[in-house]
Design a protein around this ligand. Structure first.
Ligand code: SAM
Length: 258
């Protein structure tokens, strides 16, 4: 397939990575584990061709035209079992576990569902690590430290499930067609699974109005006396803003409020 811009389908978030240096850096940043790789959205197979050289891969692609291309282009890897190709919407394949064995997710994700995919992978016990290209702004939300402007519920959720870092910033020119936004490669080394819906409900309330105080935000869903006692035992000022607490502060607060 030659003219990438002409074949790209906007509705599937298709921006094909063509910068070989970026592809090489993704491969170098992969966690050193024995796990299978799950790739979501192999597209034309630019990342897949490097992945199948180092690991067994299961790839999920929604676009039937691209699936045909991949079946043809990777016929040998499919025949040897190095690549398993699943055609269809990954969200329909994905029950509580995407694969029935431990896996690392390595992908240049479709940006329109990237946050949803990361949240599902954080909850999936079979998923052990994530190395994903996403919109830079979203990567910053997942990896922000307390006190930073981007620190919010996604940062706390990701940091409760593991260690997060941005390993690479990627300009639009690395893709064809070029996206309108900057991108970044986010690494999450999981140490736990996301599973506490009560905790996340508290986070949603805590960050509902980020410029207001945490106390004000939480008082919309908590009894005033319990909240005041929790603030006192954690030595939190009533004026503290939601982005000023750490992930462990939020866990302590949750324990006290429930
Ligand atoms: N990995 C390729 C690359 O780096 O050039 C393509 C990445 S492109 C940003 C996103 C890919 O995800 C496209 O191939 C698109 O068709 C695929 N995709 C979009 N939505 C999907 C879904 N729901 N399930 C599976 N694949 C999807």
């Amino acid at each position: 397939m030659q003219n990438r811009a002409a074949i790209a389908k906007k509705k599937f978030g298709q921006n094909f990575l063509r910068d070989e240096a970026v592809l090489a850096q993704i491969i170098q940043s992969m966690p050193d584990t024995p796990h299978r790789i799950a790739e979501i959205g192999p597209g034309l197979g630019d990342l897949t061709k490097y992945l199948v050289d180092v690991k067994s891969v299961t790839a999920f692609e929604v676009d039937t035209d691209l699936c045909k291309h991949l079946e043809h282009h990777f016929a040998d890897a499919i025949a040897t079992g190095a690549l398993t190709l699943r055609c269809g919407d990954v969200l329909e394949h994905w029950k509580s576990e995407l694969l029935d064995e431990p896996y690392d997710l390595v992908a240049n994700l479709p940006y329109y569902i990237a946050t949803n995919i990361i949240l599902k992978a954080l909850a999936d016990p079979a998923c052990r690590n994530l190395l994903v290209m996403i919109q830079r702004e979203v990567a910053e939300k997942f990896s922000a430290a307390p006190g930073e402007r981007a620190f919010g519920a996604l940062s706390v959720i990701a940091q409760s499930a593991g260690e997060t870092s941005i390993v690479l910033h990627v300009p639009p020119s690395a893709f064809e067609p070029a996206p309108k936004v900057d991108s970044a490669v986010l690494l999450i080394r999981k140490t736990a699974n996301r599973n506490d819906t009560g905790f996340e409900e508290m986070l949603r309330a805590a960050f509902a109005q980020p410029r207001k105080t945490l106390y004000k935000n939480l008082s919309a869903r908590c009894d005033g006396k319990t909240l005041a006692q929790a603030f006192e035992s954690l030595e939190l000022a009533p004026t503290v803003r939601p982005h000023q607490l750490s992930t462990s502060d939020y866990h302590r607060l949750y324990t006290l409020l429930h």
